[in-house]
Design a binder for this molecule. Structure first.
Ligand SMILES: Nc1nc2c(c(=O)[nH]1)N[C@H]1C(S)=C(S)[C@@H](COP(=O)(O)OP(=O)(O)OC[C@H]3O[C@@H](n4cnc5c(=O)[nH]c(N)nc54)[C@H](O)[C@@H]3O)O[C@H]1N2
Ligand SMILES: Nc1nc2c(c(=O)[nH]1)N[C@H]1C(S)=C(S)[C@@H](COP(=O)(O)OP(=O)(O)OC[C@H]3O[C@@H](n4cnc5c(=O)[nH]c(N)nc54)[C@H](O)[C@@H]3O)O[C@H]1N2
Ligand code: SF4
Ligand SMILES: [Mo]
Length: 697
């Protein structure tokens, strides 16, 4: 199983490891032991269907980038000074272990906080850090930065994080792409939708808060104000009921739809919704009638619209539409958000789930600023965080309330180890920086959030310099801090094999033979035709927000006031006189979170950070294209170049990103403006829900 690595040149199968629902199967041209050429989408994996995004097609730029970290670095100047000297791996690992052991001795094991996210989606490399955490009783991480509101809202309805295979779009009559800018963030959704339009005239509808590329390519673009999807969804349901377009028989059989729900929705008129979401009542009515006239309505629900303080409610409200129509019963109909609940892989060995001590505190990933600054509540009443190991994430750029995050990382009594591929903002603030491999330089296994495949990404080339994989670092640290678990003695390939066998998904050998495994569930299960995931088998129009069947870490945010039915929940940062604009910080096409901000192709495409402002709003502010504007709120202030843009509702502004902090005048980034207050009911970060003031700088 652990034969020495031998390079094979020519096109080799791989998997894109980045944090993207598409999780594309790749075909990588290996030119030599340490060099790749072209990267293209694998045709044989039928969701990828040969299509990948441009930034990954240019991967040679990233893997062979001259700025890659190649050696361990020890800080020699003040924090953030970027003064480091090269040291050997043994010294680096000894120093890290000494710091962790000293923190454990003086402040307890939970003063060490391993911190990670999905910079790689490979299960061994991403989640192995949890084995070290659990074996040592280091502080836990409550994952909130990305999926929490979206998953909660979806599962509140269906009871299970699953849905209709996106390849069924080939049979859809209407494809509704709601709150995801698929052209930027998951190109394969758009690929399958456009293919269905060409092949059989499927209509593409998009719902968003600006006329992004997905909206432009749609046949119908529904432009609303941020955080108002619940109003739109409730009014659509109002029209479906009023005009007898709802599938009453389906509602009675497979949902909890009640006279109470109907009475509530009877008050949610299109005119009521127009006043909230800004979309004219006539457009709401005609969209509802369009849906009512078709059977195969496919709702592809994204993450974007859930990044609001009412995001879970809005996700659930939108999901209620295909359910009211009974769309789930038809091929090419129903809804889909994520398949992450369908793979059922055993993570026990990778994550050390058998040695978890559930009494150890879990700290909210999004509240890293408060946590590092010693906020009592954020620390859950416990002691301070004194040491961190960070893998696959760049919180100094991507986490909300950046002012606090940067101040926290600047603490002299905090020892930070950052394992990275590049000198990110977070690495620049570290005490120790360790050079990491990239996906083609190590073995791992991947599952598609946006599709049904389990895929193998084998090592294809040798890493440059002294780069080591996450797994190697975890194993070496474990030895030095006395962490015990059988998983530390296993190679990545042994982990993959163990995981597959234990999960009854074959073996490494079988996966190696085909490269991927399609785990698509049977039609009836994917369409919930034998019942939904809740105990009594029904879809919930009235969610029990206190008990959504997902792993969560307790109720947070203003959950007591969550609505009982699909509705607009007035919990967002509504604009006011002092902060009259609503700011959305949506992803740029050529960056992926903070990744690819280093590659020349992406930098050229994205230019510099800018703020899209409606021309009428800009005129009132005395701003014109190219002016520098100061954007501010109670959390901070950022400067951006103004672009005039009429593809938004008045009062809404858009800053695509995430640009490096240093790309902004003043050196702090867009997340100075975003908030880390937990979103109901289980936490999360409302990145697209910010009220701001704008002035000429
Ligand atoms: N190119 C690129 N691809 C990416 C990423 C990236 O940064 N760049 N990030 C990756 C990651 S980590 C994730 S989680 C996914 C996320 O991918 P998506 O599901 O697409 O989610 P977001 O990117 O947050 O936002 C998408 C859209 O939501 C819109 N939006 C914001 N607020 C609202 C609202 O209240 N209502 C409605 N209807 N729309 C709203 C934004 O305008 C934006 O167009 O993408 C992944 N793919
Ligand atoms: N304003 C604003 N902020 C946002 C968002 C937004 O829409 N707007 N989106 C949010 C969302 S959805 C997310 S998920 C977060 C994501 O934010 P991050 O977690 O920072 O996202 P990435 O850029 O995907 O990955 C971070 C780092 O992982 C490193 N990395 C990749 N592979 C490996 C590996 O194998 N080993 C090691 N050691 N490192 C590796 C990369 O070099 C990269 O620097 O950002 C959030 N922040
Ligand atoms: S679309 Fe997403 S998964 Fe596919 S290659 Fe691009 S970043 Fe990777
Ligand atoms: Mo994300």
């Amino acid at each position: 199983m652990n034969a020495p690595f031998q390079v094979s040149t020519g096109f080799r199968p791989s998997v894109c490891p980045h944090d993207c629902p598409s999780a594309c199967s790749l075909d990588v041209e290996v030119l030599a032991e340490n060099r790749i050429g072209r990267v293209r989408g694998l045709k044989a994996q039928t969701y990828t269907d040969g299509v990948i995004c441009a930034k990954v097609a240019r991967y040679a730029e990233r893997i062979h980038h001259p700025d890659r970290l190649l050696k361990p670095l020890l800080r020699t100047g003040p924090k953030g000074s970027k003064q480091f000297r090269e040291i050997g791996w043994d010294e680096a690992l000894d120093r890290a272990a000494d710091a962790f052991n000293a923190a454990e001795r003086d402040f307890g094991a939970d003063s060490i906080w391993p911190y990670y996210y999905a910079g790689t989606m490979g299960l061994v490399m991403r989640d192995g850090i949890n084995r070290l955490r659990h074996a040592k009783k280091y502080s836990g991480q409550h994952d909130t930065i990305c999926t929490n509101m979206a998953w909660t809202g979806y599962v509140a309805g269906t009871g299970r994080l699953a849905g209709v295979d996106p390849r069924e779009m080939a049979h859809s009559e209407v494809i509704v792409i709601w709150g995801t800018n698929a052209v930027h963030t998951q190109v394969n959704v758009m690929h399958h939708a456009v293919k269905a339009r060409k092949a059989n005239g499927a209509l593409i509808v998009a719902v968003d808060v600006y006329m992004n590329e997905t909206m432009r390519q749609a046949d119908i673009a529904l432009l609303i104000r941020p955080g108002t999807d619940g109003a739109l969804a409730a009014a659509i349901q109002h029209v479906l009921l009023r005009e007898n377009l709802a599938d009453r028989d389906y509602l009675a059989r497979l949902t909890d739809f009640s006279p109470g729900t109907e009475a509530h929705l009877s008050t949610r008129t299109p005119e009521w919704a127009e006043a909230i979401c800004g979309l004219p009542a006539a457009e709401i009515e005609s969209f509802a009638r369009l849906l009512g006239s078709k059977k195969a309505n496919y709702f592809r629900l994204g993450y974007g619209f859930s990044r609001q303080r009412n995001g879970a409610v809005n996700m659930h409200a939108a999901l209620c539409i295909p359910t009211m129509l009974g769309s789930w019963q038809h091929r090419g109909g129903g809804a889909f958000h994520s398949n992450s609940g369908t793979f059922n892989l055993s993570m026990t060995m990778i994550e050390g789930l058998d040695v978890i001590d559930r009494s150890v505190r879990k700290l909210d990933q999004s509240r890293i600023g408060d946590i590092l600054l010693g906020d009592h509540e954020a620390l859950r009443g416990g002691g301070p965080v004194k040491a961190m190991l960070i893998q696959n994430t760049n919180p100094a750029s991507v986490a909300p309330e950046q002012t606090k995050v940067l101040k926290g990382f600047g603490r002299d009594d905090l020892f930070t180890v950052v394992h990275e591929q590049f000198m990110t903002e977070t690495a620049a603030l570290a005490d120790l920086v360790l050079p990491a491999t990239m996906f083609m330089e190590h073995d791992d296994i991947y599952r598609g959030g946006g599709h049904t495949h389990l895929m193998l990404g084998p090592k294809l080339v040798e890493p440059p310099g002294e780069c080591r994989s996450n797994h190697e670092v975890i194993v070496e640290l474990a030895r030095r801090v006395g962490a015990e678990h059988p998983g530390f003695a296993m190679s990545p390939r042994e982990h993959i094999d163990w995981c597959l066998k234990k999960s009854e998904r074959g073996s490494l050998e079988a996966l190696e033979e085909h490269g991927f495994l399609d785990t698509d569930p049977p039609f009836n299960a994917a369409h919930f035709l034998h019942g939904f995931g809740h105990r009594e088998g029904k879809f919930h129009f009235s969610p029990n927000w206190k008990k959504v069947p997902l792993k969560n870490d307790g109720l947070m945010g203003p959950w007591e006031s969550m609505p009982l039915f699909p509705d607009h929940w007035d919990a967002i940062e509504e604009a006011n006189d002092e902060f009259p604009f609503r700011l959305v910080t949506a992803p740029a096409r050529s960056f992926l979170n903070s990744s690819f901000t280093e590659t020349p192709g992406s930098i050229k495409k994205e230019g510099e950070p800018s703020l899209m402002v409606h021309p009428v709003d800009a005129a009132q502010l005395g701003l014109t294209s190219g002016d520098i504007a100061a954007i501010s709120n109670r959390r901070g202030r950022v400067t951006l170049k103004v672009t005039l843009y009429d593809g938004v509702r008045r009062g809404v502004v858009i800053a695509e990103g995430i640009f490096p902090n240093a790309a902004h005048l003043g050196g702090t980034g867009i997340n100075v403006l975003t908030g880390s207050d937990p979103v109901a009911p289980y936490g999360g970060a409302a990145f697209h829900d910010n009220r701001v003031a704008i002035q000429k700088a």
